[in-house]
Design a protein around this ligand. Structure first.
Ligand code: CP
Length: 302
C-alpha cells in the first residue's frame, strides 16, 4: 500500500491501493443491497468544499458521508467570504479549525487539493482540480467496468474527446492501466496534449476504426466554453467525427460498455438514444459513485 491519508491523484498509487478502494466499495454496495448499514464515521465531520460547480460529485460525496454517519458541511465559494477577498488558504485553514476529519475539494486550479493538503490537519480528497486529476471519478469508472466486464485485465478501453483538458481522462488512464487494461485515447490532434504517450496509452484519431475491438468506450464532455480556442470547428463537425451516435455505436461488440462521466452534451459527443440505450452504463456510474465515495471517505478518515 502506498496510499496515504489523502486521495489527491491516481498517479503514484499502486495496483493494491486501487484494488483496496474497489474492494471496500464492493463491501459497501453489498451492505446496501442487504439492507445493512455501516457507520464508521459517526460523530465525524466531512467538509465538502466546492470552488467549482458540480452535480454528481458533490451530491454523492454528501450522500456517502451521511450514510457513513458523518455530519456534513456543504460549502460553496458562491456566497462565502471569498467575495470579500479571503484567500483559498485562509478559507481552508478556518474551516480546518472547525475540526473536520476529511475535506473534499473541487477547484479550477490544477494542484489546489495538494496545496491545501499541506496546510490543514484534515485528510484531503481531490474532487477534481483543473485539468489535473479526478481520482474518485476514475475509481467509480473502474468499479463500474469491473462490474460489467468481470475484470479489466486485457480489456480495451477507448477514451474519446478533449484529452488535453480532461482530468477524467488522465485519472482514468492511470487507473485502468494499473488494473491491466489497454487504454486508447482518441480525439482530434488539437485536443491531444503533447507527450501524452508517456501515460502508457495508445493515441488514435479514427474512432470508427477503434469501436469494433473496444470492450468499453468512455465519451468525454466537450467543453463548449473552449470553442473560442478553435480546438474544433463547430459542435456539429465534432459530432460528425467523434460523436457516438446509433450508427457508430452499432460497430461496438454486444458486450461493450458505454460510459460518460457527465454532464453530457446530448447530440454532440453522445446521441440521446445511445446515452439512454441498453449498452449505456452512465447511471450505473452515478449509482456506484456513492459506494466508491463511501470507501474513499472511510479510508481517508481512518
Ligand atoms: N463527473 C463529474 O465530475 O460530474 P460533476 O461535475 O457533476 O460533479
Amino acid at each position: 500500500m502506498s496510499a496515504g491519508r489523502h486521495l489527491l491523484q491516481i498517479r503514484g498509487l499502486d495496483r493494491a491501493d486501487v484494488e483496496s478502494f474497489l474492494e471496500l466499495a464492493e463491501a459497501h454496495k453489498r451492505a446496501h443491497l442487504e439492507g445493512r448499514t455501516l457507520q464508521p464515521l459517526r460523530r465525524r465531520v466531512v467538509a465538502n468544499l466546492f470552488f467549482e460547480d458540480s452535480t454528481r460529485t458533490r451530491s454523492s460525496f454528501e450522500i456517502a458521508a451521511r450514510s457513513l454517519g458523518a455530519d456534513v458541511l456543504n460549502w460553496t465559494a458562491r456566497g462565502s467570504s471569498m467575495a470579500k477577498g479571503e484567500t483559498l488558504l485562509d478559507t481552508v485553514r478556518n474551516i480546518d479549525a472547525m475540526g473536520p476529519s476529511v475535506m473534499v475539494i473541487r477547484h479550477s486550479s490544477s494542484g489546489a487539493a495538494a496545496l491545501v493538503s499541506r496546510h490543514v490537519r484534515a485528510s484531503v480528497v481531490n474532487a477534481g482540480d483543473g485539468t489535473h486529476e479526478h481520482p474518485s471519478q476514475a475509481l467509480l469508472d473502474a468499479f463500474t467496468l469491473r462490474e460489467k466486464l468481470g475484470t479489466l485485465e486485457g480489456k480495451r478501453v477507448v477514451i474519446v474527446g478533449d484529452i488535453l483538458h480532461s482530468r477524467v481522462a488522465r485519472s482514468n488512464a492511470h487507473c485502468l492501466r494499473l488494473l491491466g487494461a489497454q487504454v486508447v485515447l482518441c480525439g482530434p490532434l488539437t485536443m491531444m496534449p503533447r507527450g501524452i504517450e508517456a501515460l502508457g496509452a495508445e493515441v488514435a484519431h479514427d474512432l470508427d476504426a477503434l469501436l469494433p475491438d473496444a470492450d468499453a468506450v468512455m465519451m468525454l464532455r466537450i467543453q463548449l466554453e473552449r470553442q473560442q480556442a478553435g480546438l474544433f470547428p463547430s459542435p456539429r463537425e465534432y459530432a460528425r467525427l467523434y460523436g457516438l451516435n446509433a450508427h457508430r455505436a452499432a460497430r461496438l461488440q454486444k458486450h461493450a460498455v458505454i460510459l460518460h462521466p457527465g454532464p453530457m452534451n446530448r447530440g454532440v459527443e453522445i446521441a440521446n438514444d445511445v446515452a439512454d440505450g441498453l449498452q449505456s452504463a452512465i447511471l450505473d456510474q452515478v449509482q456506484n459513485g456513492v459506494f466508491v465515495r463511501r470507501a474513499i471517505l472511510e479510508r481517508c478518515a481512518a
